[in-house]
Design a protein around this ligand. Structure first.
Ligand code: DX5
Ligand code: ZN
Length: 214
C-alpha cells in the first residue's frame, strides 16, 4: 500500500501563531498545508482569502493545498493562482464555468481539483476527468473542522478509483479523517487526506501525523 499524503487543515490551527504552526507542520512531517477558503455563502462560515494565501506562501516550506468553498470561483481564480496556491480545488456546482476555471488553474502550472460534497454523486467527476489532477472527496459538509465522518462517503473512494483507472488523478479525502478511520480509506486506495482536528487537537501532533501516514 502506498503511503497517504497528509494535508493538515489550518482551520484547526492557532491563528494567532500561524508562522509557528507552519514550522510545526514541516517538523511534524506533513506533506501539504490545507487552506480552507470559505465565503459565508457556499458554506456557513467565513475564513480568509487571497491575502492570507500570499502571506502563508511567504513562510510555508510545504505546498499550499487550497480548497475554495466560494460561490463563482471564476471571479477570483486568477488571484488565488497569483497568491501562490500549489493546488486548487473548488465545488463545480458553485461555478458557471467549471471547465474554464480548471483550465486556468492547469495552464498556470498548478494542480486542479474538483470537490464533491457528501450529498453529490461522485459520478459528476466523470465529465472532468480530462481536466483534473485530483478529486477532493468531502467526508463532511463544508464549513467547520472537527465534524464526524459520514460513513457513506467511504464507497465513493472505490467509485472514484474506478473512474480514474489509468489516469494520473489522485484522490484526497477532506473532513472527519481520524487515526481510526484512515486505515480503511487507505485500503480502498486513498492517496491523500486532509486532517484538521486529528492533527491539531492531538496531544502529540507529530505522532498523529506519523500514525495517519503509517
Ligand atoms: C470543512 C473543511 C475541512 C476541515 C477538515 O469545511 O473543508 O478541510 O477543516 O477538518 P477535520 O479534519 O477536523 O474534519
Ligand atoms: Zn477543506
Amino acid at each position: 500500500m502506498e503511503t497517504v499524503k497528509i494535508s493538515p487543515s489550518l482551520l484547526s490551527a492557532d491563528w494567532m501563531n500561524l508562522e509557528q504552526e507552519l514550522k510545526n507542520l514541516s517538523a511534524w512531517g506533513a506533506d501539504m498545508v490545507h487552506c480552507d477558503v470559505i465565503d459565508g455563502l457556499f458554506a456557513p462560515n467565513i475564513t480568509f482569502g487571497m491575502p492570507m494565501i500570499s502571506a502563508l506562501k511567504r513562510k510555508s516550506k510545504l505546498p499550499l493545498d487550497v480548497h475554495l468553498m466560494i460561490v463563482k470561483p471564476e471571479r477570483y481564480i486568477d488571484k488565488f493562482i497569483a497568491a501562490g496556491s500549489d493546488t486548487i480545488a473548488f465545488h463545480p456546482e458553485a461555478s458557471d464555468k467549471p471547465l474554464e476555471v480548471l483550465d486556468k488553474i492547469r495552464k498556470s502550472g498548478i494542480k486542479a481539483g474538483i470537490a464533491i460534497n457528501p450529498d453529490i454523486s461522485a459520478s459528476v467527476v466523470k465529465q472532468y476527468l480530462d481536466n483534473i489532477d485530483y478529486i477532493l472527496l468531502m467526508g463532511v459538509f463544508p464549513g467547520f473542522g472537527g465534524q464526524k465522518f459520514i460513513p457513506e462517503v467511504m464507497d465513493k473512494i472505490d467509485e472514484c478509483k474506478k473512474y480514474t483507472v489509468g489516469r494520473n488523478i489522485y484522490i484526497e479525502l477532506d473532513g472527519g479523517v481520524t487515526v481510526e478511520n484512515i486505515g480503511e480509506m487507505k485500503r480502498r486506495g486513498l492517496n491523500a487526506a486532509v486532517a484538521g482536528n486529528a492533527v491539531f487537537a492531538a496531544a502529540d501532533p507529530a505522532g498523529a501525523v506519523k500514525m495517519l501516514k503509517a
